[in-house]
Write a protein that binds this ligand. Structure first.
Ligand SMILES: NC(=O)c1ccc[n+]([C@@H]2O[C@H](COP(=O)([O-])OP(=O)(O)OC[C@H]3O[C@@H](n4cnc5c(N)ncnc54)[C@H](O)[C@@H]3O)[C@@H](O)[C@H]2O)c1
Length: 428
């Protein structure tokens, strides 16, 4: 079977699964998508895309005839031999990864000599080996296993799928690893073919390193605030060093999202469970937690007590170009502000539906100007491009206070100050 004609299955049609399915359909593969969420499958069958991801709706529509959606595994098992697993692995209370969805998929697999599970979900090191062991114990030793971690970024997920920096394939050197490598060959990406445990660790280590870079520059930003340096100049000067690189040196109000917080915590716990105390990651997590709260101190500096103060939050999603609210800094911020007695009015161009489910006591506005109406202070929480088009002289007329906290160093401080505002960014 040639790569271009290899039908595949994708189990779990969330951010990773649906993008993977759409991407492979675009490459010409038939894709059999399975999800236990019947409502989601029905919406997909009707042509509705349940998540916001740039270009995804167009890609699904353009390749619709090669995409098949079902709540049943049987058609996927019948048509495909490679079964990509893209179910969620959220954190448990202990900080370990919750593998119950992955285990449910493993349990549902029949005995077979022609199928392989291809793990896209981010799992602890040792998961692949445990799954292979359980296949052997249950008389399903013929089932092959491949670790193929995913590195896409929400907000540019489809682009990242089609233009990966590398493709990692961890396997035992059998047919399944060859087939997955061949499937990705049209993308012309560097292939890292390795063992299963190393592939699993590559994913966790990559995310932990990126999170470390963010917490590092956030601490530099905090020291800049104490010493009068401008962290954006510092980051530029650092990032031009090729050993360091420019990416992920953007100070802000801490990282969130469905991956970094849980993957950093999962790696820390994995190390701890194996008897090793991962000191660096402990600090990365703590710095990130504190960073989300620094906005409160900035507001108090200018407003005094926050009791009864009206604060506008502009942007709620964990970053721009997504509707994903998982572990968004806005959640911590709005809870802390309300605990201190502030009244919150918030606006997000895309994430409002998700935000309404998670944020109690918040008033939602239909646009940025309605959110800032009568506010004592305004906080840029998510760097949505439309906030850069705000006319700050209009904002000045509609707000009752003069404080603008730019949690993403996203605005032009001179423009904001020229309209009479007190502007505070992060680390400058
Ligand atoms: N979101 C990202 O940016 C990203 C990037 C890289 C890796 N990952 C990893 O990929 C995995 C999936 O993440 P996501 O953000 O796409 O999750 P998600 O929550 O958006 O999607 C998971 C989907 O799996 C479905 N599901 C759960 N149990 C199932 C089962 N037994 N059978 C079939 N479907 C089932 C759910 O209904 C849901 O639609 C996670 O392990 C995550 O860490 C995510």
């Amino acid at each position: 079977m040639g790569a271009a004609t290899e039908p595949i299955a994708v189990i779990g049609t969330g951010y990773v699964g649906l993008v993977t399915a759409a991407g492979f359909a675009k490459l010409g593969n038939e894709v059999w998508c399975v999800d236990i969420d019947a409502d989601k499958i029905q919406r997909l069958e009707e042509g509705e895309i349940p998540i916001y991801e740039p270009g995804l709706a167009e890609c699904v529509a353009a390749n619709r005839e090669r995409l098949h959606f079902s709540t049943e595994l049987a058609p996927a098992l019948e048509h495909a031999r490679l079964l990509f697993v893209a179910v969620g692995t959220p954190p448990t209370y202990s900080g370990d990864a919750d593998l119950s969805a992955v285990n449910a998929v493993v349990d549902a697999m029949p005995s077979s000599d022609r199928h392989a599970l291809v793990m896209k979900s981010t799992v602890p090191v040792g998961t692949g080996s445990a799954i292979k062991r359980s296949f052997v114990e249950r008389g399903k030793a013929g089932f092959a296993y491949v670790s193929c971690p995913e590195f896409l970024k929400e907000g540019s997920a489809l682009h990242d799928f089609l233009h990966p920096d590398r493709v990692v394939v961890g396997d035992d050197g059998d047919w399944a690893g060859d087939a997955v490598s061949e499937l990705y060959a049209p993308l012309n990406a560097e292939l890292v073919r390795t063992d299963v445990a190393s592939a699993e660790m590559i994913k966790l280590a990559a995310n932990a390193f990126l999170a470390t870079k963010i917490s590092f520059i956030n601490e530099i930003a905090n020291v800049c605030e104490e010493t009068g340096a401008d962290v954006l100049e510092v980051a530029r000067g650092m990032g031009l060093d090729q050993r360091i690189g420019r990416h992920f040196l953007k100070p802000g109000i801490g990282f969130g999202g469905s991956c970094f917080p849980k993957d950093v915590s999962a790696l820390k716990q994995l190390a701890g469970n194996s008897g090793y105390h991962f000191q660096l990651l402990t600090a990365v997590i703590e710095v990130n937690e504190l960073q989300k709260r620094r906005v409160i101190a900035k507001l108090q500096k200018h407003l005094g007590s926050l009791v009864g103060k009206r604060v506008a939050l502009l942007g709620l999603a964990f970053k721009a170009n997504t509707d994903d609210m998982r572990e968004a800094s806005s959640l911590v911020l709005s809870a802390r502000l309300q605990a201190d007695g502030a009244k919150i009015r918030a606006y997000d161009p895309i994430a409002e539906t998700e935000a309404r489910k998670l944020m109690g006591g918040v008033e939602f506005a239909d646009d940025a100007l309605s959110a800032i109406d009568g506010a004592d202070a305004c906080v840029i929480v998510t760097e949505w491009p439309e906030f850069n088009n705000l006319d700050w002289s209009v904002v000045a007329r509609r707000m009752s206070g003069r404080v603008v906290i730019d949690g993403r160093n996203f605005l032009d401080p001179d423009r904001v100050r020229a309209a009479g505002f007190i502007y505070e960014g992060i680390g400058r």
